[in-house]
Design a protein. Structure first.
Length: 420
């Protein structure tokens, strides 16, 4: 954001320093506008770079947000699964608890029966002792016969055996119930431990969801900040481009105004200039930068303008001198010509350069610009004259437009001209 504010400050400073050019025909004015044009283009490039960086950050943040959203969905799915497992465990614990309660009830009943059996056996034994029924001699003496005596002994043995068997059976039942109860209680303890584990896992998942949701909120907030920064950069970019366009138009207007001082001058180069290979390549590079897509005639015309200037007393008398003159060719100022030179001009532009140097020119123009610029400049000047005439209550002067005051030829997208 500091870079954004810094770039905006530069842009505002440029706007404050900017003023309309009244077509001053001075080299210093051309140089000043050339520098402003370069600064404006640099500001556009810087804002574009910052916007691209911000968009890259936005893409990264959006990818991060998608990842976090996916993590939250996955964690919530896990929580749902664990919650289901907890519910199942709670149901199992409830069933086991019911089993334990039933076993406790059965144990109580068995214990009561065992106690009852022991108490009955105790009473019977007490009764038999109190009535001397356990005394063998007494039983024998009281018995009327040996058979009755034996019968009494057998009866006593059966009662004792019955009590002993009943007590043993109750004790076995009690032991089995205790063993089953212990097993079920172990199972209940395992289920309770498992439930605690599940609850802990659910809690941990909940913390993860909370932390991830916080991270997602932070990321979404960063995305919103980045979107706002991009919107601000787009606004600055629009202003910077508009400013760049205005300065470039004034730069072109200043060049035209400077060229107007050469009214009545035209080129007349027909050959005879001796160039080095370096100058031929330099001319080819300029042709490629200015007219690579303008066809054979358009490329030759740009080369012809340079050679016409070499032949004119108003310009330097060398190809390099003409091309490197301050504020004359925008691709030289922008560095485009240097890039083409480093890579090597294409064959079509080298051919056009050699033809122009040989004197096979196709125009005597000393200047050129895009035809759309020439037409717009013409329309603006005519409109300004009409407005002035209307304000002064007179008829507008004729021949005040740019196209009226120059003689030239349109070749593809360029207008090649001299001032009349």
């Amino acid at each position: 954001m500091k870079k954004i504010r810094g770039c905006l400050a530069i842009l505002l400073l440029m706007v404050v320093c900017f003023y309309s050019t009244s077509a001053k025909a001075s080299q210093s004015e051309v140089d000043r506008l050339k520098e402003e044009s370069e600064n404006a283009s640099q500001a556009v490039d810087e804002i574009n770079n910052q916007k691209e960086q911000a968009e890259e950050i936005q893409n990264q943040l959006e990818g991060q947000a998608d990842s976090l959203s996916g993590q939250i969905t996955n964690l919530n799915t896990q929580i749902t699964t664990v919650s289901g497992q907890i519910s199942d465990t709670e149901e199992n614990i409830a069933l086991v608890t019911a089993d334990i309660e039933l076993l406790n009830q059965q144990l109580e009943e068995t214990q009561a029966q065992l106690d009852s059996q022991r108490e009955a056996m105790k009473r019977r034994i007490q009764y038999m002792y109190e009535n001397q029924s356990t005394n063998t001699l007494v039983n024998y003496l009281e018995s009327g016969s040996m058979a009755e005596f034996l019968q009494r002994l057998e009866y006593l043995a059966e009662i004792t055996e019955y009590d002993e068997n009943a007590i043993a059976k109750f004790e076995e039942t009690q032991a089995a119930l205790e063993e089953t109860k212990a097993s079920i209680e172990d199972k209940n303890a395992e289920l309770a431990a498992y439930q605690d584990t599940l609850e802990s896992q659910k809690s941990e998942l909940g913390v993860l969801v909370s932390n991830t949701a916080t991270a997602l909120d932070t990321t979404n907030s960063q995305i919103a900040d980045t979107e706002a920064a991009i919107a601000e950069l787009e606004k600055q970019l629009e202003e910077a481009k508009a400013y760049e366009q205005r300065v470039q138009q004034q730069y072109q207007a200043a060049q035209v105004a400077l060229a107007e001082q050469l009214a009545g001058e035209s080129g007349g180069y027909s050959g005879g200039y001796s160039t080095t290979d370096e100058e031929t390549l330099l001319l080819a590079a300029l042709i490629q930068a200015e007219a690579a897509n303008q066809g054979d005639a358009g490329r030759l015309a740009v080369g012809s303008v340079v050679m016409n200037r070499v032949a004119s007393s108003k310009f330097p008398n060398s190809v390099s001198g003409v091309i490197y003159s301050s504020g004359q060719f925008a691709p030289v100022t922008s560095g485009r010509v240097a890039i083409i030179l480093a890579e090597g001009p294409n064959s079509a532009c080298q051919y056009a350069a050699s033809q122009a140097i040989a004197g096979n020119t196709n125009t005597d123009a000393l200047f050129f610009c895009t035809y759309s610029y020439a037409q717009n400049l013409h329309n603006e000047q005519v409109a300004a004259e009409q407005a002035a005439a209307e304000a002064e209550g007179r008829e507008p002067n004729e021949g005040v437009g740019f196209l009226d005051r120059t003689s030239g030829t349109v070749i593809n997208a360029h207008y090649f001209y001299n001032y009349k």
